[in-house]
Design a protein around this ligand. Sequence first.
Ligand code: G3P
Ligand code: CA
Length: 374
Amino acid sequence: MPVTLRKNTLLLPLLLGLSHPAHATSAPAALASAAGIPHPAVIAHRGASFDAPESTAAAYLLARDLGADYLELDLQRSNDGVLFALHDDNLQRTTDVATKFPERKDSPANAFTLAELKTLDAGSWFNTAYPQRARPAFVGLPILTLDEIIDIAQGNPAHTPGLYIETKEPAQFPGLERDLKNTLQARGWLSPGGSTQAKGEGAVGQGKGRVVLQTFDKNSLALLHKEMPQVPKILLLWVGDGYIKAKSEQTFAASGLTDKAAFYAQQQPHSTAEFQRWVDDAKALGAIGTGPSAALTGGGAQSYADLVQPWMNQYSHDQGLLVHVYTVDAAVDFKHVLGAGVDGLFTNRPDALLEYLQRPAPASATELLERHGY
Ligand code: G3P
Ligand code: CA
């Protein structure tokens, strides 16, 4: 979900007026294949973040070696200009910033230099939050730069996953899109891949769809398209202020509900036309698809408005767009969203999704973590 919910300014994207070639009559699988994106795509959300601390080497090494198609990351920039992975708009939940820098514990991550960020422990919180999956070796895991995540993606000769990169809070980081292009270019990840499309799951990171760019922000989407016109892009979808207008204006606080997932599950776009407008905007701004939220069977912190209803996916497909849904971890929900027509899934449990898709991992998460010394 967006870290903060605020209005987008739409002038820049509207001025650009760019769109990718229409494929209105193509099947979604053919669309994905043409873009070099597996179908359905297995996108490891912040790495294999069910089994290891999100956005750390443990999570990304595990996701890679399990066989995920993509390593997903949320991109931010340090005070001294280094791109790194972090989801939240501050460091409190996933690091010990409150101990190491108490006076700056609420500051955004771009208030810190990379050297400062690298002093933080981004692993111990996981052991406290999930004692049943805790490992002593997670203690002290550092925040990773984009370069370090690229190193991980390139590090297994048997399987090179692609990178699925979100510009997080892009208004906070002017020029982030260009910085990202520069890093990807310097690392050879914007060069034409060895194939126009992925030849089997192991080749995703060497094919045309080796990088997918994603954002909730239409301005950032336009800038990404301007900087990297050939790279596939996804507009993430969310119901809320500044995003898809909700049918009901009632807030969570006023709803009387105590469970946010129950509140989100009641949320609907204001109208069919309102949903369609966002899909149309995604296409006009150069996206090859959308990334909608899902309402999960078991609820929980990742259960939001159901934006993958069959009519919604059908509309996106009719416009020649793919649908990559976030964030789905349970077999019952894999079945539900795939049945509704999605073309890829963000998941914290790539091993579970790969098994569901009959693409089993070469070893268990436990075995792979232990092989890496965790
Ligand atoms: O990037 C899409 C997916 O990651 C959902 O959003 O809040 O987890 O970054 P979030
Ligand atoms: Ca994300």
